[in-house]
Design a protein around this ligand. Sequence first.
Ligand SMILES: C[S@@+](CC[C@H](N)C(=O)[O-])C[C@H]1O[C@@H](n2cnc3c(N)ncnc32)[C@H](O)[C@@H]1O
Length: 283
Amino acid sequence: MSYLNIKSGSVVVDCTLGAGGHSEQILKKLSPDGRLIGIDADADALEKTKNKLKEFGSSFTPVHDNFVNIDRILKKEGVKQADAIIMDLGISSDQLESEERGFSIKREGRLDMRMNRDSGLTAYDIVNRYSERDLSEMIKEYGEERLHNRVARYIAEARSKRPIETTTELASIVRRAAGFSYRKSKIDPATRTFQAIRIEVNNELGALEEGLKSAIFWLKGGGRIVVISFHSLEDRIVKNLFKGYSQLKILKIVTKKPVRPSPDETASNPRSRSAKLRAAERI
Ligand SMILES: C[S@@+](CC[C@H](N)C(=O)[O-])C[C@H]1O[C@@H](n2cnc3c(N)ncnc32)[C@H](O)[C@@H]1O
């Protein structure tokens, strides 16, 4: 909240509304004269959060869309410029914990992983239809998985018998490929392959790069942008973009190093452990 620097009357865009935790705090500071546009690709999250934030009335505008379309969204909403923009990337706990969304390596569900359930490509399509070579490339690039060739081979072998339908089926195939032993390894190797598939399904890195570039140009002089990322592929994009725009004198970097959660925060919220926050100000 301090990096966003919200004042009464501010115009703010929350690009990743989710359960509205950030938006609620922001609305408390900017209302009743300010405005918050809350974007989420997930219609279920939007419905729930609309209800939760209804006390803020016309200060809050929910939008079902991908933030890659921020130009179109803000034009349509009649926004001229923003005082602050936030992106809290990736998936929410609600999405991760819901079996039917098919994101979890632990909860059995049909392979899906779409943030926006109106969009086409699902995890099932990727796992069962991509060539072994494309799978291997994707797992290497988006999962940073050393054993990408082996994992892709095991997937191809398994699906040659019958399609791979569920999250838990896929997770056990990946664990077998990696020779995973729960006793020896801290991180389940299925996590990396699931991350890769999720990024591919939702074109997460493409949306981040394009969306962030556009968002920066909606900021007023002195306006702030804050991005919270959860893995190195995302953080690299944010870091490089901020650096490039600071060299061009478009942005001033506010956080020289990414801000990490305190030990207290990771103890009370273990999912925050990989979070990195970067903030910049429009010149
Ligand atoms: C980590 S959660 C955000 C949690 C939120 N900050 C809160 O306080 O509850 C990320 C949310 O952003 C959404 N999301 C991720 N990438 C998106 C994108 N490119 N466009 C729109 N929504 C996106 C997801 O659907 C998810 O609901």
